[in-house]
Design a protein around this ligand. Structure first.
Ligand code: FAD
Ligand code: S2G
Ligand code: ZN
Length: 475
């Protein structure tokens, strides 16, 4: 029997209100929801559903299960792997947009936890925690629009993993609606609970393929009262790894961020953001942006950072360094780092790699990969930067001069294979923090063992037997 779109939309509108079920056939513009952030994927959706609460999510999931409609949970739609937008073909796909469910239920400074709905914007939670004298440490360039649900579903990383871990390390409890509409209440703010399998772990990093995260209890930390930011120039990536070790030894727990930025990445930012100040006397092949934070005073922390950096200069694990004198200067240094993604987008986009390796192997990987890239793809422009402190590099490759972005995108498969084969040979990962989505799904068979994929499929079948949850992503 043919699928009756009108009847389905009428049922959905009866459940959550006509205003909160958007559909193209009544003239709604769904492009903000059906197009991925990078503009590489866009397919039609049956509808965009915007529930107000967990009860409405459950009702919608029961309708989807009854009618065989696929459901794509969507947060801020800032993901890098097109995991929150429809795939071509297959069954009708409804986007479940969590943005209306953005309440902060509780901030508990004594327990150092916050309980929020999935649609809460990351920046909002960070601001509300700060107002309560606490830090929610997840920090990434999209924090103004990504949502806590999406951060959990992608196990997001960002720039403070070095000190506080990934999103997985920050989640204490979840509320999840399963594909059959069942509500799973795991919303306990406990740091210890050994009563059977740790079920929340199945949904963290699952990219919406096992259930809909509707709320979470996350860890908070005492808000550091002081921060100290430095920007360094280096001759080699090996020197950057030595600097990481030396600074961690000297700054200990206070060390919070260590971001590698290649000279080419700095040049790209300065081309598209011309008011980016020249931070060092000369251009270096490599730079590092680093930050320390603690509860002490500004001056004491700054002096400790200064002493540590002076010692590193004497030891030769850094060539040049500037230490921010105040918060404003620190922000300027960070805006250079945050603008790298936007500069790449403005430059026409590029072929991205979000890889991780043991930190000690990163210099050998980069020193081998750069000449291989030049040889295999003459003129290609590597834009290398990222979270060196976590062994996570964004080894992105922009088109050679004169090659149109669309033509360059045709080379994605070949460039991915060169980079990902080298990563796999060094037992690294082809997706450190962005996930798999539909972008890397076809590569899973090449880089995961058959046993791993088999267990993943068994878990998927057990929780989502109809395969309704975000089909065409990850597996
Ligand atoms: P979406 O893009 O909406 O969805 C992502 C995935 O989560 C999809 O599979 C979707 O189905 C699923 N999902 C969303 N909400 C739910 C839910 N409630 N329940 C179940 N599944 C759900 N990522 C990093 O890790 N580190 C970075 O440093 C970083 N920097 C970025 C910088 C910029 C400028 C941009 C644009 C992106 C960056 N990202 C980074 C990628 C992206 O911001 C993260 O992956 C983020 O966690 C996605 O959150 P979102 O709410 O936008 O999720
Ligand atoms: C970052 C964002 C995506 C990219 O800036 O750390 O995760 O490749 C990235 O620019
Ligand atoms: Zn990143």
């Amino acid at each position: 029997m043919a699928f009756d779109t009108q009847a389905w939309l009428a049922e959905a509108r009866a459940l959550i209100g006509s205003a909160h079920v958007l559909s193209a056939d009544r003239g709604d513009d769904l492009s903000a929801y059906t197009r991925d952030w990078r503009g590489k994927f866009q397919e039609p959706a049956l509808a965009v559903l915007r529930p107000a609460d967990t009860g409405e999510v459950q009702a919608l999931m029961r309708l989807a299960a009854r009618s065989g409609v696929a459901v794509i949970p969507q947060g801020g739609n800032t993901g890098m792997c097109a995991a929150s937008v429809p795939v071509p073909g297959g069954r009708p796909q409804a986007i479940l947009q969590l943005g209306r469910m953005d309440r902060i239920f509780e901030i508990d400074p004594e327990n150092n936890t916050a309980t929020v709905q999935a649609g809460c914007i990351l920046q909002t939670l960070r601001e509300r925690a700060a107002a309560a004298g606490r830090l929610f440490p997840l920090s990434l360039g999209a924090e103004g629009s990504c949502q806590i649900g999406g951060n959990i579903a992608t196990n997001a990383g960002g720039v403070q993993v070095l000190r506080y871990g990934n999103m997985r390390d920050l989640v204490l409890g979840l509320e999840v609606v399963l594909p059959d509409g069942e509500r799973l209440d795991l919303l306990r703010g406990l740091r210890k609970d050994n009563t059977g399998y740790d079920l929340k772990q199945f949904f963290i990093g699952a990219e919406g393929t096992l259930g809909v995260i509707t709320a979470a209890t996350v860890k908070l930390f005492p808000a550091p009262s002081a921060g100290s930011v430095a920007f360094a120039g280096l001759d080699s990536i090996g020197q950057a790894v030595r600097l990481l070790g030396a600074m961690r030894a000297r700054m200990g727990e206070r060390f919070a961020a260590f971001e590698l930025i290649s000279g080419d990445a700095v040049d790209l930012v300065r081309r598209y953001f011309p008011d980016t100040p020249a931070l060092l006397e000369r251009r270096w092949p490599w730079h590092v942006l680093m930050e320390a934070a603690d509860g002490g005073g500004d001056e004491a922390l700054r002096e400790a950072m200064q002493a540590a950096l002076m010692a590193c200069l004497e030891e030769g694990c850094v060539e040049d360094v500037v230490l921010a004198g105040n918060l404003g200067q620190g922000r300027t240094l960070w805006s250079l780092r945050e603008n790298i993604t936007h500069a790449q987008q403005m430059d026409g986009g590029n072929i991205k790699h979000d890889i991780s390796l043991p930190i000690s192997r990163i210099p050998a990987f980069v020193e081998r990969m750069l000449p291989q890239l030049r040889q295999s793809f003459p003129g290609a422009r590597p834009i290398v930067y990222g979270h060196l402190g976590d062994g996570n590099l964004h080894f992105n490759v922009s088109a050679p001069a004169g090659v149109a972005p669309a033509a360059w995108q045709e080379r994605t498969g070949a460039v991915n294979r060169l980079v990902h084969d080298a990563v796999a040979a060094m037992r690294g990962s082809i997706s450190a923090e962005h996930g798999v989505g539909q972008l890397k799904r076809h590569e899973m068979a090449s880089y995961k063992t058959a046993a791993e994929l088999d267990v993943m499929r068994r878990i998927k079948r057990a929780l989502d037997p109809q395969g309704l949850m975000n089909p065409g992503k990850v597996l």
